[in-house]
Design a protein around this ligand. Structure first.
Ligand code: HEM
Length: 177
C-alpha cells in the first residue's frame, strides 16, 4: 500500500515536471474577439501563445502599415494532434504569404500546441528583431500594433478569418488600447 502511494506521488511529480517544461510562462495576456494572446519579452526573444475556439488556424500579427499590409504574421494550426506554425508577411492589405516565398526567411520556432475541446493553441518564439525585411522589428517599449485572428474549422492557412481584431499594445507593460 505504502509502495503504491509512493509510486503515485512519483508519477504525479513527474507529470507536473514534464508539463512545466513544455509550457512556457508568460508575463502578459490579452483577450479580444475570442482570441487570447499571452506573451513575454525575454531579451532578444518574444515568447508567444495564441489560442481561439477553432479547429483551424490561429494567428497573431504585428505592425501593419494599413489593414493587414506589411504586418509580420505568426500563424498555425494543429493537424492530427501535430502543431504547425509559419512565419508570414502581409504582402496585401487583405492577405499574407510565407516570408520564404517572398524571398525572406522563416524566423519562428514552434514551442508546442494543442487542439482540445474545439480550442486551438499554438506556442512559439520569435526574435524581437530577426533582421528579415519581412518581419517588423518589435519594440518592447512604446506602441506595437497587434492583430489577432482565427479561421474556420479547417486545417488550412487559406480561408479567411472568422474573427479578427486590431489592438495597440505595449509589449513590456502589457497595457492594451
Ligand atoms: C488567411 C488568410 C486571410 C485572408 C484571406 C484575409 C482576408 C482579409 C480581408 C478580405 C479583409 C478585409 C475585409 C474584412 O474585414 O474581412 C481582412 C481584414 C483584416 N484581417 Fe485578414 N485575412 C487573412 C488572415 C488574417 C490574419 C492571419 C490576421 C491577423 C492575425 C488578419 C487580420 C485582419 C484584420 C485585423 C483585418 C481588419 C483590418 C482593418 O480593417 O484595419 N487577417 N482580411
Amino acid at each position: 500500500m505504502k509502495k503504491s502511494l509512493f509510486s503515485l506521488v512519483f508519477v504525479l511529480a513527474g507529470f507536473v515536471a514534464v508539463n512545466s517544461v513544455q509550457s512556457a510562462s508568460y508575463d502578459h495576456e490579452m483577450e479580444a474577439k475570442g482570441v487570447t494572446f499571452a506573451w513575454k519579452v525575454d531579451g532578444d526573444t518574444l515568447h508567444g501563445k495564441v489560442s481561439a475556439k477553432t479547429k483551424g488556424w490561429v494567428a497573431v500579427g504585428f505592425n501593419p502599415s494599413k489593414k493587414m499590409k506589411d504586418a509580420n504574421y505568426i500563424i498555425g494550426y494543429v493537424k492530427d494532434g501535430k502543431p504547425e506554425v509559419a512565419d508570414h508577411f502581409g504582402d496585401k492589405s487583405t492577405g499574407h504569404s510565407p516570408d520564404e516565398k517572398l524571398g525572406g526567411t522563416s524566423d519562428v520556432t514552434l514551442v508546442g500546441g494543442s487542439e482540445e475541446g474545439g480550442m486551438t493553441t499554438i506556442e512559439f518564439t520569435i526574435p524581437v528583431d530577426s533582421g528579415d525585411k519581412y518581419d517588423s522589428a518589435l519594440s518592447a517599449d512604446g506602441d506595437t500594433v497587434v492583430l489577432l485572428a482565427f479561421g474556420p474549422d479547417r486545417d488550412s492557412l487559406k480561408p479567411r478569418h472568422k474573427n479578427k481584431i486590431t489592438k495597440t499594445v505595449n509589449l513590456s507593460t502589457g497595457s492594451v488600447k
